[in-house]
Design a protein around this ligand. Structure first.
Ligand SMILES: NC(=O)c1ccc[n+]([C@@H]2O[C@H](COP(=O)([O-])OP(=O)(O)OC[C@H]3O[C@@H](n4cnc5c(N)ncnc54)[C@H](OP(=O)(O)O)[C@@H]3O)[C@@H](O)[C@H]2O)c1
Length: 300
């Protein structure tokens, strides 16, 4: 199992320092060890990707190619990904996208939620509630040793912010007990150091949810997991545009399509330079900021 230690990040891309462009001639890292070599050779997928845990021929269901987005050959040893929050929204888009790439995906979904779309693309579903630590542990059991974890768990205004903190803490704590690779936590614009820059009218509506997600972020940061925090702007359910950018500027705001957040998360999983960083995720066409916008140079 490949682990991404936080100190593996190149010095020029560590938090608090200016990001230079990726040095020419260096290929971006992938989920699997041979990904960069495959990309360097200009290969693209034309059929099933052979591999150990990532061999989708051993996973149920066909691979759907609905997004039409070009994707990269990920190599022979693709790490599986466990997704919390995959019944809809960003989590579902991510599960679809990863399956298109031949990645084995496991999703924990509540008993009452539809799994039709997940089954269509061959996602392995474990029924469970994030508020139940035993259910969360069972989802990690289904993933098996190794693999990456993504949480997009979020409650509705009606439900309140319980899952935003408690559910996510259960996932974080279980991941910290296991040998996992990367942990990508999708929260919200306005969390953490972005909070002072929230519009008052948004704070009045989403303040409690953003506070709960912020406390969960703080919990994650205290672990030794190889974490990355992604804070999307206002979400829209439209097809991917490929215009999504990551920014570490706490004053940035704007909108983004859920499918574009999913594409960014998949790229984050391939880029160890994103470990230990907190990003806003915004559509570059809708991004607004008082400062010049400097997108993080995310590997393809
Ligand atoms: N709406 C926005 O504009 C906005 C902006 C920025 C960030 N966000 C945040 O971004 C994330 C993704 O948002 P989204 O709109 O794409 O998805 P979403 O519709 O908020 O989906 C949340 C997911 O969490 C799951 N969930 C909730 N409680 C659960 C529990 N107790 N156990 C297991 N699963 C549970 C839901 O499953 P069920 O189907 O079972 O309910 C669903 O799959 C959320 O955290 C959201 O708060 C939203």
């Amino acid at each position: 199992m490949r682990r991404w230690p936080r100190d593996s990040v190149p010095p020029e891309r560590r938090t608090g320092e200016r990001y230079g462009a990726r040095p020419s001639g260096t290929a971006p890292p992938g989920i699997g060890p041979s990904a960069a070599a495959a990309r360097g050779a200009g290969k693209e997928p034309s059929g099933p990707i052979p591999g150990a845990q990532g061999d989708f021929r051993s996973s149920p269901g066909p691979i759907a190619g609905k997004s039409g987005i070009r994707y990269f050959f990920l190599g022979e040893h693709v790490e599986p990904v466990l997704v919390f929050g995959a019944s809809r929204g960003i989590g579902l888009e991510l599960a679809r996208h990863l399956r298109e790439q031949g990645v084995r995906v496991v999703a924990m979904v509540r008993a009452e939620s539809s799994i039709e779309h997940l089954k269509e693309v061959g996602v392995e579903v474990v029924r469970g509630d994030a508020l139940e630590p035993r259910d969360v542990a069972a989802a990690f059991d289904a993933l098996g040793p190794g693999g990456h974890v993504v949480s997009t768990l979020g409650g509705s205004l009606h439900q309140g912010p319980v899952v935003d903190f408690e559910g996510n803490v259960h996932v974080i704590d279980e991941a910290a007990r296991r040998e996992v690779g990367r942990f990508v936590f999708v929260t919200s614009i306005g969390c953490g150091e972005m909070m002072p820059f929230m519009y008052d009218r948004i704070r009045a509506i989403l303040g409690k949810i953003v506070e709960a997600k912020t406390r969960a972020e703080e919990h994650l940061v205290r672990t030794s997991l190889a974490w990355t925090i992604v804070r999307p702007g206002g979400l829209r359910s439209e097809p991917a545009t490929g215009r999504g950018i990551l920014s570490e500027d706490p004053e940035i705001h704007g909108f983004i399509h859920r499918a574009d957040v999913a594409l960014l998360v998949a790229r984050i999983l391939r880029d160890p330079a994103t470990v230990g960083r907190k990003f806003a995720a915004i559509d570059s066409a809708f991004a607004k900021c008082v400062n010049p916008i400097e997108p993080f140079p995310l590997a393809e």
